[in-house]
Write a protein that binds this ligand. Structure first.
Ligand code: HEM
Length: 431
């Protein structure tokens, strides 16, 4: 049965809720997930457009973990991103605590979506600084262009390592990610390709991890977005503006395992569980994210409509195709039994994570599509570390591992304690 908007939009009504914390995933990985998305996907079509061509929206960026979102087309072709006086270094704002911006506050970066909120823009800044710090470790006197390319390769490989060894094991399960990588034959995957089921639905799982607000550093915190979409700039985390040195992210609140602060509160915040509940600010997106003329202001509504317009298969259809057991209809539609039937893919994979793994990580169809897409992307990339030095361990590894906490510590000189990287057994299914 073909689903129409009228069948599925009632789902948006049950998707609002505070949601629980996810003990397995720290809050920083939500924004690392968004940053990775912006490295891989770019769909510039508006929801207002009548119909979109699924084949044309699968990828407007190169489908590789290569950080074109940072590097653009390089110092020669995009000199505005780089420091004119010190070849190959990224240019930051004069204080070094923000992206460089024009007089109106617009960030001068290669990927405008990385300034969509304060936290992802500070993460972009962390990666720019990481590149500069890596460049500083390379031999003085080496040819400038060569030095830039060496630093770029090292940054890309350390980033790929984090995606494959930290981000994805947390998101889909460590053993499952290893199985998928081991069972993917690099000789049979063809050119890199981004399935529309990934960008149009499954990789949008991250929307359910977003908190309504964040502690940013020891003294400052803010709601993600204001209640009024048209509110003038205020104490919230909307991007696209100069924060004048305020709300500078301290990464110990986002990664690692800092001991509790005085009074016993945990310093580091958790992401929200991967489930069918979205935080309030996402259900009335600000004008900085969605143009004022666009009436679809709820991210839940946008994702569901996007799935329809892309004609994505239902979750159950993909489950059958992959030979994965379906989540029973009565469970998927427990809150809306009158609408039961085949389920929009995005809602289905959120429900799957909730039912199969208590919302701690993706399962079933969601885990399969996400893990396989990343495995294909990395194995199809001739320049990836897996295709060049398969047993490579990061040059900057600490005890054989390299995590986001290590990346921040190396770059900023902080000392964020690492979490144990033992992801433990997959959380049991819901009784
Ligand atoms: C504050 C955080 C975030 C906000 C405000 C946000 C907002 C949005 C919006 C408005 C869209 C376009 C929806 C449409 O019209 O179809 C979108 C697309 C998307 N988002 Fe997010 N998002 C956030 C975080 C994330 C995270 C954490 C992930 C994944 C881990 C993610 C994955 C995606 C993907 C895959 C798309 C489709 C991209 C494309 O095809 O170009 N987002 N997001």
């Amino acid at each position: 049965m073909k689903r129409e908007e009228a069948d599925i939009l009632p789902l948006t009504g049950i998707m609002s809720g505070p949601g629980d914390d996810n003990p397995r995933i720290k809050a920083g990985y939500t924004f690392l997930g968004q940053f990775i998305d912006h490295d891989l996907t770019l769909d510039l079509t508006s929801l207002l457009e009548q119909q979109v061509d699924p084949m044309a929206t699968t990828k407007f960026r190169t489908p590789a973990l290569e950080l074109d979102s940072l590097y653009g087309r390089g110092p020669g072709a995009q000199p505005a991103l780089y420091d004119k006086d010190r070849f190959g270094r990224f240019l930051l704002n004069p204080e070094g605590n923000d992206l460089q911006r024009n007089a109106q506050g617009t960030a001068l970066i290669s990927e405008h979506r990385n300034d969509e909120n304060r936290i992802v823009s500070q993460l972009h800044l962390l990666f720019l600084k990481f590149h500069n710090a890596v460049l500083d470790t390379l031999a003085v006197g080496a040819d400038d262009q060569q030095k830039f390319e060496d630093a770029q390769r090292l940054v890309r490989w350390h980033y790929q390592w984090i995606v494959l060894n930290e981000f994805l094991p947390r998101t889909v399960g460590g053993d499952f990610m290893s199985e998928v990588l081991e069972s993917t034959d690099p000789h049979h995957i063809g050119p890199a390709y981004m399935p529309v089921e990934f960008s149009g639905a499954t990789y949008r799982f991250g929307h359910s991890q977003i908190r309504p607000g964040y502690a940013i550093n020891d003294t400052e915190g803010a709601p993600l977005f204001p209640a009024n979409p048209a509110a003038p700039p205020g104490n919230d985390l909307r991007g696209g503006r100069d924060f004048g040195g305020t709300l500078v992210v301290d990464w110990k609140h986002f990664f690692g395992e800092a001991p509790p602060a005085a009074g016993g509160a945990a310093v580091v915040q958790q992401s929200k569980k991967i489930d069918t509940k979205l935080s309030g600010p996402l259900l009335n997106l600000p004008n900085s994210v969605v143009p004022p003329t666009d009436l679809a202001r709820s991210l839940a509504e946008r994702n569901l409509k996007r799935g329809l317009r892309l004609r994505l298969p239902a979750g159950e259809t993909i489950a059958d195709y992959l030979g994965i057991e379906r989540v029973p209809e009565a469970v998927v539609w427990e809150e809306l039994p009158a609408n039961a039937g085949l389920t929009p893919l995005w809602f289905y994979i959120l429900k799957e994570a909730e039912v199969l793994h208590h919302g701690h990580h993706l399962g079933g169809v969601g885990a399969a599509v996400v893990a396989q897409t990343f495995a294909n992307v990395v194995l199809a990339d001739k320049a990836s570390y897996l295709n060049n030095v398969p047993n490579w361990t990061p040059d900057l590894a600490v005890g054989g591992k390299f995590t986001m906490a290590d990346l921040a510590n190396f770059t900023l000189g902080t000392s964020i304690p690492n979490e144990t990287l033992d992801f433990g057994p997959a959380a049991p299914a819901r009784p």
